[in-house]
Write a protein that binds this ligand. Structure first.
Ligand SMILES: NCC(=O)N[C@@H](Cc1c[nH]cn1)C(=O)O
Ligand SMILES: [Zn+2]
Ligand SMILES: [Zn+2]
Length: 476
C-alpha cells in the first residue's frame, strides 16, 4: 500500500476554511463542565460530536455513565460519553483516540480581548475557550479520518473514538465506563492516542508523562449567616481567618510542600532524567516573558522542567463564599470553602495524599483552638501517568513528526493532568501515546486561549501521517 501523503495534505490544506468554521461552531457551545447550569450546553456539545461522527458513517454510541452527585446531595445526569468506530478489519491495528469537548469556565470580564465563545481569527491565531483544550485536537482527529474517507484511501488502522464531557472536572464516571467496556469496546483496541496537551516550544513534541491531581475543598463554617464586620467584628472567630491560616501552612513561600509525607513519596530524579532535561531546548527568558513575570521559583532550566513535570506542587485556586466582587462590602462571611489542588507525580498515591492532607489540616486547625467547624474533602483524585518511550508507538510518532515538520520532536512530560490516562493504562493494559498539537503559548485555562491555524492544520497532517506509521508497526 503506497502512502498517498501528498494527496492527503493537499486535501487538508484545501479544506482549511471548513475546518476553522467547524471549530467556530464547536467553540460557540459553552460546554463548561464545572457549571451545572451549563449542562444543557454540554449535552448539546456531546450530541454535536456524535452527529458529526455519525455523518461520517461511524458506528456511534452515546454511553450513559450515570449520575453526578452535587455538593447539595442532589444528582444530575452526567454528560454521555460518545464512542465511535471506523473499520473493523481484523488484519489491522485498532487505535482508540481519546479526547474531551468540555471546557474550563470563561467570561469576557476575566480579561479576554475577544468574546471567549466567539472564535476570532487574529493574525492566524484562533482565539476562543476550548479552541486548543481540546476541541481543535479532537476535530483534527475527526478530520484525519474524514480526509482518508474523502479521497477513498483505505485507513491504515481501524479507528475508534472515546470523547467525553467531564475531563476538566476529573472525568467523573469515565473510569467505570472503561471498566464496564473493557471486554467489549476496548477488547480489540491495540493503542490509545491522546492529544490533550501542548508543545514545550515551537518544536513539535511527543509527551510521555502527565502529572495527576488531588483537588481539595476545605470548608470552614462559623456563624449561621454572614455578619456586619463592624457590628460583630472583634467578637466572632472568623471562618475566613481560620481558613487563610490553615491554607498558609500548606506550602512555604519558596515552594516547599509542608504536608508531612508528601515529598518523601516522590521518585528521585535520576541522572538519566537530568541529562534528558539538560538536552531539551527551553528558553527560560522566553518562558518568563510569555507569562509576564520577572522571577521564577528556580532560575535554571533543569530545575524548572523538573518542577513543571515531575515534582508535586500546591496551588490555591479560590475561596467560595468569600467576598470577591469589586467594591467594599464589609462582611464577615459565615462559611468559606478553600479550593486547592496538589499535582501528583510517581510514586504518590491519591488515597494516601487524601489522608495526609486531611490529617494535617485538622491538626493545623486544632492548633488554632477555633470553635468553627472544618470539613476537608478530596473531590478529584487523579493519578500521574508515565509511558515507555522505547515503545514502537513513540518511534512511529518520531517518524510522523519528521515527515510533517522535518525535525525531530522533543520528548517531553506535561505538568497538567489527563485524569483518565492512568485508568486506560491500568484497566485496558494497552499502550498510550500523547501526541500534542497545541502550541506552547495557547493559554489553556487562561484568558485568550487560542489555537493557531498552523498547529490545527499541520496537526491534522501529523495525525494523517501518524495513522500511516502506526499501520506499519508489526503485528504480533
Ligand atoms: N488539558 C488537560 C487538562 O487541562 N486537564 C485538567 C484536568 C484536571 C485536573 N484537576 C482538575 N481538572 C488539568 O487541570 O490538568
Ligand atoms: Zn484538556
Ligand atoms: Zn484543560
Amino acid at each position: 500500500l503506497t502512502f498517498q501523503f501528498d494527496e492527503l495534505t493537499k486535501y487538508i490544506d484545501s479544506h482549511q476554511e471548513e475546518y476553522v468554521q467547524t471549530l467556530r461552531e464547536w467553540v460557540a457551545v459553552e460546554s463548561d463542565s464545572s457549571n451545572v447550569l451549563k449542562r444543557p450546553d454540554l449535552d448539546r456539545m456531546m450530541n454535536i460530536t456524535a452527529e458529526k461522527l455519525k455523518a461520517m458513517g461511524g458506528n456511534v454510541e452515546m454511553v450513559d455513565i450515570g449520575l453526578q452527585e452535587l455538593p447539595s446531595g442532589a444528582t444530575i445526569p452526567l454528560p454521555k460519553v460518545v464512542t465511535a468506530q471506523f473499520g473493523s478489519d481484523a488484519t489491522k491495528h485498532t487505535v482508540c483516540v481519546y479526547g474531551h469537548v468540555d471546557v474550563q469556565p470563561a467570561k469576557i470580564e476575566d480579561g479576554w480581548a475577544t468574546e471567549p465563545y466567539n472564535l476570532t481569527d487574529i493574525n492566524g491565531n484562533l482565539y476562543g475557550r476550548g479552541a486548543s483544550d481540546n476541541k481543535a485536537p479532537v476535530l483534527a482527529w475527526i478530520h484525519t479520518v474524514q480526509a482518508y474517507q474523502a479521497l477513498d484511501i483505505e485507513l491504515p488502522v481501524n479507528v475508534k473514538f472515546v470523547i467525553e464531557g467531564m475531563e476538566e472536572t476529573g472525568s467523573n464516571g469515565l473510569d467505570a465506563m472503561i471498566l464496564s467496556h473493557n471486554d467489549t469496546f476496548f477488547a480489540d483496541v491495540d493503542y490509545i492516542m491522546i492529544s490533550d496537551c501542548g508543545w514545550l516550544s515551537r518544536r513539535p513534541a511527543l509527551t510521555y508523562g502527565t502529572r495527576g491531581n488531588c483537588y481539595f475543598f476545605a470548608e470552614v463554617e462559623g456563624p449561621t449567616q454572614d455578619l456586619h464586620s463592624g457590628v460583630y467584628g472583634g467578637t466572632v472567630i472568623e471562618p475566613m481567618t481560620d481558613l487563610i491560616g490553615i491554607l498558609d501552612t500548606l506550602i512555604s513561600p519558596g515552594g516547599k510542600i509542608l504536608i508531612p509525607g508528601i515529598l518523601e513519596a516522590v521518585a528521585p530524579l535520576s541522572d538519566e532524567e537530568w541529562t534528558m532535561y539538560q538536552d531539551i531546548e527551553f528558553d527560560v527568558e522566553n518562558y518568563k516573558k510569555k507569562i509576564g513575570v520577572d522571577h521564577l521559583m528556580y532560575s535554571n532550566k533543569v530545575d524548572l522542567l523538573a518542577h513543571r513535570w515531575r515534582y508535586p506542587t500546591v496551588t490555591i485556586h479560590g475561596i467560595e463564599g468569600a467576598f470577591s466582587a469589586p467594591g467594599t462590602k464589609t462582611v464577615i462571611p459565615a462559611k468559606v470553602i478553600g479550593k486547592f489542588s496538589i499535582r501528583q507525580v510517581p510514586n504518590m498515591d491519591p488515597a494516601v495524599v487524601e489522608k495526609q492532607v486531611t490529617d494535617y489540616l485538622h491538626s493545623m486547625f486544632g492548633r488554632r483552638k477555633s470553635p468553627n467547624k472544618l470539613k476537608v474533602t478530596m473531590v478529584i483524585g487523579a493519578k500521574p501517568w508515565l509511558a515507555d518511550t522505547q515503545h514502537p508507538l513513540y518511534e512511529a510518532g518520531q517518524e510522523a513528526v519528521r515527515k510533517v515538520f522535518k525535525v525531530d520532536p522533543d520528548m517531553i512530560r506535561e505538568g497538567g493532568t489527563i485524569p483518565i490516562a492512568k485508568t486506560f493504562q491500568d484497566v485496558t493494559r494497552k499502550s498510550i501515546i500523547m501526541l500534542p498539537i497545541g502550541g506552547f503559548d495557547d493559554g489553556l485555562h487562561s484568558q485568550n486561549e487560542k489555537m493557531s491555524r498552523y498547529n490545527y492544520i499541520e496537526g491534522t497532517k501529523l495525525f494523517v501521517a501518524y495513522l500511516h506509521e502506526v499501520g506499519q508497526i508489526k503485528r504480533n
